[in-house]
Design a protein around this ligand. Structure first.
Ligand code: SAH
Length: 457
């Protein structure tokens, strides 16, 4: 065998011991240093694995038999856990999940960011890590002339019909089942993405935990929605807590869920929810954290790290509907928020009014362009909060942050890899990370959220 040849062959069955899990929940075993990724394997477990794919530097295997089970292994409560791509860690005890997420953050910070001297606290978890999601987005399709709505089978675009999701709020499940039933009854066809034909593409449901209000969004290919009136009436009759029924039109051949046009079919354009004492109006296309209990935990931590006394000027970049901004505004002199989605900024402004908060201003735009503009206007923030999407902060934004010389930065991140990259940049440019706090916003999945606290050196 030459040095570069992988030490396993396709279709061979080998005995391995798992050492780790990947960020998407696959077990990692090594054969002579060559990593094999195997869905379902847990660290410490000895198992028989069939090699199914061999690449130059790593391979994939299928779990055939577990010979020694991990004490952390539990029976996944969801019957479709193995086929649905939504959750990755239901087979790991909740304590095990929290420990794994903590380790993942520590290792990623060290590997990508070279950060080894910063305390990473134990993951803050939920008391009840089930049925926590307030938002459901379910693809609708047609199979053999029948409308189906559920989830995409792993690595495919085939929709598998689903009745219940154990991490969703019960009402979200109820709405999806009802829309499915009504669509069939009223002859509304599901959308077929292979031929770009049909009507109903997605059902998106949002439940507001603290007011119990529901929003139903029907995403359709065109404007036409057969029997619209009957459908709306039936939804109202069967779901007394529905406050908003909205149609979003997405005519494009795309995986992106929402199109540009949104029309209110019935009720309000928004639903309302509370985080702590602050009320929020949320419209169909605005980002709103999906785990209401843990959002409070996350924001409280961000507020603690911001160390506000009432005198500070604060920037909240990637502010969404102004959730963190308004939290901060209660304790700061002035808050400036920036966000790229115009509807979200309208929501943010409306939310400031709704709560009689007058020291928060919001701007639509790319944070990386608005921040330099603010700087040119002479804005000197004492604290900057950033909460970027998975790809992390744009380098231009990091550069501007550094130039603005705030006393503190609070970095909220949903991706440890880009967090590590950005903390490294900030460390090289005068900002030391003091603490990192992982928060479990997405139990049963491999995702982990972190709040980091940085100070000017
Ligand atoms: N802080 C908010 C939103 C965080 S999600 C909350 O906790 O609810 C990240 C947000 O960044 C989304 O609202 C997204 O629309 C926005 N966004 C993405 N790219 C952006 C950019 N380049 N500039 C400003 N906002 C952006």
């Amino acid at each position: 065998m030459t040095k570069h040849q992988p030490p396993v062959n396709k279709n061979e069955t080998i005995h391995v011991t798992f050492e780790d899990i990947t960020h998407d929940g696959a077990g990692v075993a090594k054969k002579n240093g060559y990593p094999l990724f195997v869905k379902g394997g847990l660290p410490g477990e000895a198992a028989e694995v069939k090699v199914v794919q061999v690449k130059k530097n790593y391979g994939f295997g299928r779990l055939m038999k577990i010979n020694e089970e991990s004490s952390e292994r539990v029976e996944p409560p969801c019957p479709i856990f193995n086929r649905c791509g939504g959750c990755q860690l239901q087979h790991l005890s909740y304590e095990g999940q929290l420990a794994y997420k903590h380790k993942q953050v520590e290792e990623t910070l060290s590997r990508i960011g070279g950060i080894t001297d910063v305390p990473v606290h134990p993951t803050l978890g939920m008391n009840d890590p089930w049925r926590y999601r307030n938002k459901s987005q379910v693809p609708v399709g047609e199979q053999r002339g029948d409308l189906v709505a559920g989830f995409y089978a792993e690595r495919s675009h085939q929709i598998v019909d689903m009745e219940s999701c154990v991490i969703q709020h019960e009402d979200n499940d109820k709405v999806v089942q009802l829309v499915k039933k009504l669509a069939k009854q009223y002859g509304i066809r599901g959308y077929d993405d292979r031929i770009h034909k049909g009507t109903l593409r997605h059902v998106v449901v949002r439940h507001a935990k603290h007011t119990d209000e529901l929003m139903v969004v029907l995403v359709t290919k065109g404007k036409e929605l057969p029997n619209k009136k009957n459908l709306i009436e039936a939804l109202q009759n069967e779901l007394p807590n529905v406050k908003s029924i909205v149609q979003n039109i997405n005519p494009k051949r795309t995986n992106v869920i929402f199109g540009d046009r949104t029309e209110v079919l019935w009720g309000e354009e928004v639903i309302h929810d509370f985080i702590g004492d602050i009320q929020f109006a949320i419209s169909a296309r605005s980002f709103y954290q999906v785990n209401p209990d843990q959002t409070k935990v996350l924001y409280d931590k961000a507020l603690e790290y911001a160390q506000l006394t009432g005198k500070e000027t604060v920037i909240d970049a990637y502010c969404g509907i102004g959730t963190i901004s308004l939290f901060l505004a209660q304790k700061a002199k002035q808050v400036y928020g920036v966000e790229i989605v115009p509807e979200a900024v309208s929501d943010a402004k409306r939310n400031a009014k709704l709560n009689h908060i007058e020291n928060a201003d919001f701007v639509v735009g790319e944070a990386e362009n608005i921040m330099p503009w603010w700087q040119a206007q002479g804005l000197h923030p004492d604290v900057i909060v950033v909460d970027p999407p998975r790809k992390g902060c744009d380098e231009k934004l990091l550069e501007t942050m550094v130039n603005m010389k705030p006393d503190r930065i609070v970095y909220v991140s949903c991706n440890p890899a880009t967090l590590a990259r950005d903390l490294k940049y900030l460390a090289e440019h005068g900002f030391k990370t003091q603490e990192v706090q992982p928060v479990d916003m997405f139990p049963q999945t491999g995702h982990v959220e972190c709040v980091s606290w940085l100070v000017k050196k």
